[in-house]
Design a protein around this ligand. Structure first.
Ligand SMILES: NC(=O)c1ccc[n+]([C@@H]2O[C@H](COP(=O)([O-])OP(=O)(O)OC[C@H]3O[C@@H](n4cnc5c(N)ncnc54)[C@H](O)[C@@H]3O)[C@@H](O)[C@H]2O)c1
Length: 418
């Protein structure tokens, strides 16, 4: 079996961590049990390009249990958990191509390696597999059943492909399920990005000014978590509705140029580029810490930072100190890549249980509707979304009410008023 991981001797640690997180993913486990019985992917090759973490390992094992022949690569050069990659290879015989810290060339080679295996299904996080197929593997397009996409940034790229008529096979946007973005993006990023920042820096958040750039699903979670730890939270936005929401949620809202001077810790989570640019860097106080939780490492203008820098040193793991020509020092975490995955362990398994239940069911949905789905972006039907929420509620021991027939009639009629 071909593979490229850091060190197979890490497999035992990976297996123990995987076992721990499996216990937090009961919904995915129940799907795995059904897949074992029904074999929806019998004999199908599946290429998985996700952050190689314990949670992804659980998803991979679930798809494999459903009969698939799975190959795995990373969706980010710095997010791989090497012990998990080793465990996938050594304990589960899954060809895995992912090494934490791999350079961009190796990252791209690993993507190509999983595509060389002629997969019938793609699982993507950021759309790197789908875009690579369209640009470099046109012959694969006709045999592909479709793909799934995990994150907001990937969906944005796919929408652009769809809009311009480039997208040539169906993709299920997992991120659009309520049981994905409402929970993973909000509570997952809210907790894990701060966890990564705290692990990397051990700074006190209480009383500190934290600037959250972008008040989308992730930004809302981050702002709430930082406020919960006693930080004074400032939000920057470009969307007036989101800015208003942030203001009414109790945060200070201001332009980035004003926030730059006021903040101590800056976290970008917009999915956009150069959200913190050179002019903002010029306004930041000595000692400011910059982190990114958005998908790609384009949100902080590192080029502009380097242009102002006379020296860089790694002062702690995942913390680079940039000494600027004017004497200030700015600190960048995880080279501006997803801080929760680089400096922490990514989202807690309890929330990825929902996201990866969506991934597993999206893959099954594509197979069950093979040949009937148009080459565009699809979302999972509400029954599947609600089904996942119900399963999760069950595992949490939470019961909910059901509508009485009278209430159902009332909610679907227009004749009954006061
Ligand atoms: N770290 C993680 O584990 C993780 C998890 C989920 C999503 N993500 C990524 O995080 C990013 C945000 O995802 P989301 O679901 O919150 O997206 P979203 O679309 O809900 O929110 C993004 C927000 O950023 C705002 N924005 C855009 N440009 C801006 C700018 N220049 N300044 C200030 N605000 C700006 C938008 O108006 C929007 O409100 C995406 O890249 C997504 O892929 C990361």
């Amino acid at each position: 079996m071909d593979y490229d991981v850091k060190d197979l001797s890490l497999a035992e640690t990976g297996a123990a961590r995987l076992e721990w997180d499996t216990r937090q993913m009961p919904v995915l486990q129940s799907i795995r049990t059904r897949f074992e019985r029904e074999q929806p992917f019998n004999g199908l090759r599946v290429a998985v390009c996700l952050h190689v973490t314990t949670k992804t390992a659980n998803l991979v094992l679930t798809v494999k249990a459903g009969g698939a022949d799975v190959t795995v690569c990373a969706s980010n050069p710095l997010s791989t958990q090497d012990d998990v990659a080793a465990c996938l290879v050594a304990r589960h015989g899954i060809p895995t191509f992912a090494i934490k810290g791999e350079d961009e060339e190796t990252y791209a080679r690993h993507l190509r390696t999983v595509l060389d295996g002629q997969p019938a299904l793609l699982m993507d996080d950021g759309a790197d597999l789908v875009t690579t197929v369209h640009s470099a593997y046109p012959a694969l397009i006709d045999t592909l059943i479709g793909g799934t996409e995990e994150t907001t940034t990937g969906v944005i790229r796919l929408r652009s492909m769809e809009r311009t008529g480039v997208l040539r096979f169906p993709v299920v946007a997992v991120n659009e399920s309520d049981t994905k973005h409402l929970f993973d993006n909000r509570y997952g990023t809210g907790q894990s990005a701060l966890d990564g920042i705290i692990r990397a820096t051990n700074v006190l958040l209480a009383g500190s000014t934290v600037v959250v750039c972008g008040y989308g699903w992730c930004g809302r979670g981050l702002a709430a978590s930082a406020a919960g730890l006693g930080a004074n939270v400032t939000v920057t936005e470009v969307n007036p509705i989101r800015a208003l929401e942030a203001a009414m949620d109790g945060y200070r809202v201001m332009r980035m140029i004003d926030a730059a001077a006021a903040g101590r810790l800056f976290i970008t989570v917009t999915g956009n580029r150069r959200v913190i640019d050179g002019t903002h860097l010029d306004a930041m106080p000595d000692g400011a810490i910059l982190a990114n939780a958005g998908h790609f490492n384009v949100e902080i203008d590192l080029e502009a930072l380097r242009a102002r820098t006379v020296g860089v040193r790694r002062i702690r793991p995942f913390v680079d100190e940039y000494c600027l020509a004017d004497g200030r020092r700015l600190y960048v975490l995880g080279e501006g890549r997803l801080v929760n995955l680089v400096a922490g362990e990514g989202h807690p398994a309890g929330v990825m249980d929902l996201s990866f239940a969506n991934q597993a069911l999206a893959a099954e949905y594509l197979v069950r509707h093979r040949g009937t789905l148009a080459p565009r972006i699809h979302t999972l039907p509400p029954e599947i979304d609600h089904g996942i929420a119900r399963l999760k509620l069950d595992t949490m021991g939470i019961r909910l009410d059901t509508l009485t027939p009278e209430q159902e009639t009332y909610l679907t009629s227009w004749q009954q008023g006061t």
